[in-house]
Design a protein around this ligand. Structure first.
Ligand SMILES: C[S@@+](CC[C@H](N)C(=O)[O-])C[C@H]1O[C@@H](n2cnc3c(N)ncnc32)[C@H](O)[C@@H]1O
Length: 263
């Protein structure tokens, strides 16, 4: 299995007025002072008056997660398939979002009242996610391999929530260790590229370009997650993907479905 958490330090382009804020990122990024964000050969980050953004290779235009607008998501989240699959209707839940990506699903679940712990293996994705969700979730946002953590590897964590204390300004009582259990574990690994011609939204297009690791097979991930869930493991699949292990039940949307494995 290739591990998505091992990657080069990205460049962080910083405009002079944000130089002091950039120090907090020096641990993970090569900080470069610029007068304005500039196109680069590989994906890089930039910190300017509008916050932390992403510059995809060769692109001048900065992509920002704030374009996803969480307020709209909150309204739309009420009856979502994801919420029902995670059993939100049964009361407050602690949920591990093991493949956090840009946090759309985590924010939906948090908007429905869940305490969400996020783990993301890709360094650039994690830095953007952590900046964007600061204060919006009720749990930590960790950089590391959730698969290794769920498999019981004590050294799974590239950066623990404790080490971010003071930067995230987000206190948390939720532990994330190689033995922690959650009410719900949510798995949303990358789908293989589709042969359909319709392009996914811009965030997902960027995710596909940034995340090159294949990651573990979904079956292995599910097997690692089941003993660590108190109530259920939820796996997001394409609507027409084959069923892996027989789920307790399924909830289907227009293009995706959620396979729910109750404990
Ligand atoms: C399809 S995206 C998730 C999208 C997310 N649910 C959202 O709403 O934005 C899958 C994510 O899982 C991450 N990932 C892959 N392997 C991982 C691992 N072992 N541990 C944690 N995250 C991983 C990828 O880097 C990618 O960002």
């Amino acid at each position: 299995m290739s591990d998505a958490s091992v990657m080069q330090r990205p460049i962080l382009q910083v405009i002079p007025s944000r130089a002091a804020d950039a120090e907090a990122y020096a641990r993970w990024c090569d900080v470069q002072s610029v007068s304005a964000p500039t196109a680069t050969d590989s994906a890089s980050l930039c910190l300017d008056a509008l916050g932390l953004g992403l510059l995809m290779p060769g692109e001048q235009r900065v992509f920002r997660l704030s374009q996803h607008r969480p307020a709209r998501r909150q309204r739309g989240a009420k009856l979502s398939e994801l919420g029902r699959a995670c059993g939100i209707q049964h009361g407050p839940r602690q949920i591990l979002d093991a493949c956090a990506g840009f946090g759309a699903d985590a924010l939906t679940l948090a908007a429905l009242g869940a305490e969400v712990v996020c783990i993301e293996a890709n360094l650039i994705v994690w830095l953007l996610l952590r900046d964007f969700t600061d204060g919006l979730l009720r749990g930590p946002v960790c950089w590391g391999s959730s698969y290794r953590m769920l498999s019981g590897d004590q050294d799974w964590c590239c950066d623990s929530p404790e080490s971010l204390h003071g930067f995230d300004a987000q206190e948390t009582s939720l532990a994330v260790t190689a033995t922690t259990r959650w009410d719900v574990i949510y798995l949303d690994p990358m789908f293989p590229p589709s042969t359909k011609s319709a392009l996914p939204n811009q965030g997902l297009q960027h995710l596909r370009q940034l995340v090159t690791s294949t990651g573990p097979e979904v079956e292995a991930w599910l097997a690692a997650a089941l003993p660590r869930a108190r109530d259920r493991v939820v796996v997001k699949r394409r609507r027409k993907d084959p069923v892996l292990a027989k789920p307790t039940f399924q909830i289907s949307g227009k293009t995706v479905r959620f396979d729910v494995y109750q404990i």
